[in-house]
Design a protein around this ligand. Structure first.
Ligand code: NAD
Length: 326
């Protein structure tokens, strides 16, 4: 292994198998080992990439050539694995959501801070050029005073999908909001700023699960703007998720992370993204380590969408407006 390369170990090989490919295609990164409790799966993915495999992830943490651990296991296992990784001196990339409770997320953040290792939460839409253009326009005040931000995500998930850990409180932390819609909830808060209040409603309509397959919420932001969130896995296809945002000087809408409408009273056009900007969380972590900076979505940043989702759940339970921070 080239000494300049960052060694990465992936734990959890469902969607994690795809993340192994991402690591292999990233300059400056090298996949060195994988772990999954499913031995057949671990061996198959390891053989494909010619790396070592384990069924006990602690063995992966013992390796000196693992600099970064990429955690792709069910959401309610992220804390345990991140904390163990930090204790072993490894930097951590964790998939979304960061965890299923704020207490667990905080323990991850605290342990990584204490051990001086970086923690990145993988919200992949944060690297999509059109989303970065929107964020820059808003940050530079081009939309003027923000008025409304809307998220709509209507997808399909079968009952079979929910036969394992999905849709359980313990391991998924909820249903369609925390697992699927959270990508766009993260974008909404990134674009619109901190949330002040949440009024939510959730229900289960088309699946036998203990959590929700439909959630809706009205938000207010600290800057006075209003937000709406709609997320469901009861639709009969995966329709393109939409975000629409407007202020008093412009309107933007996106479909599947691509800008569809860009209308500014002063004709402002989006700026091109500088060359060399990270395209995904692995590139981001590699350059964050070289430049000794925080990854784009740090633990604290990745925690924000979890707090909003948990506020929606609390509001749905109590039928009351919930004020943040929780
Ligand atoms: N686009 C995205 O960002 C995206 C997409 C899908 C899933 N995810 C996230 O990835 C995580 C996993 O989701 P998934 O759909 O891949 O689930 P999955 O069930 O398909 O895969 C999870 C894997 O983790 C393994 N595993 C479970 N417990 C383990 C343990 N103790 N040690 C080692 N391996 C263990 C399982 O055997 C399985 O192979 C979730 O947090 C989910 O939210 C993110």
């Amino acid at each position: 292994m080239n000494e300049e390369e960052i060694g990465i170990g992936v734990i959890g090989l469902g969607m994690g198998a795809n993340r192994c490919e991402m690591v292999c295609h990233t300059q400056g990164a090298r996949l060195v080992a994988v772990a999954d409790i499913n031995a057949e799966r671990a061996e198959r993915i390891a053989n494909k990439h010619n790396v070592e495999w384990y069924t006990d992830y602690h063995c992966l943490l013992e390796r000196d050539d693992v600099d970064v651990v990429y955690i792709m296991t069910p959401s309610g296992l992220h804390e345990e694995m991140s904390v163990e990784a930090a204790k072993a001196g490894k930097h951590v990339i964790v998939t979304k959501p960061i965890e299923v409770t704020l207490e667990k997320a905080d323990r991850m953040i605290d342990e990584c801070t204490k051990k001086g290792v970086k923690l990145a939460v993988d919200f992949e839409q944060r690297y999509v050029a059109d989303n970065v253009k929107i964020w820059r326009a808003i940050r530079e005040g081009k939309l003027g005073k923000l008025i409304l931000g809307e998220v709509r995500m209507k997808w399909y998930r079968s009952q079979e999908y929910y036969e394992g850990w999905h849709g359980t409180w313990e391991l998924d932390g909820g249903g369609s909001l925390i697992n699927q819609t959270i990508h766009w909830i993260d974008l909404l808060q990134w674009f619109m700023g901190p949330v002040e209040t949440v009024f939510g409603h959730t229900g289960v309509f088309a699946h036998k699960i203990e959590t929700e397959d439909l959630g809706a919420a009205i938000l207010t932001f600290r800057n006075g703007a209003v937000g709406t969130i709609l997320g469901t896995t009861t639709y009969h296809t995966d329709s393109p998720p939409r975000i629409e945002i407007h202020g008093d000087r412009g309107s933007i809408s996106t479909s599947n992370n691509r800008i569809e409408l860009w209308e500014f009273t002063d004709g402002y056009q989006p700026e091109e993204i500088p060359e060399g900007s990270p395209q995904n969380v692995v590139e981001d972590m590699v350059s964050a380590l070289k430049e000794d900076r925080n990854p784009r979505v740090s633990g604290r940043e990745g925690r924000k969408s979890l707090e909003i989702v948990l506020a929606i759940y609390r509001s749905a339970r109590t039928k009351k407006v919930v004020k943040l921070p929780l």
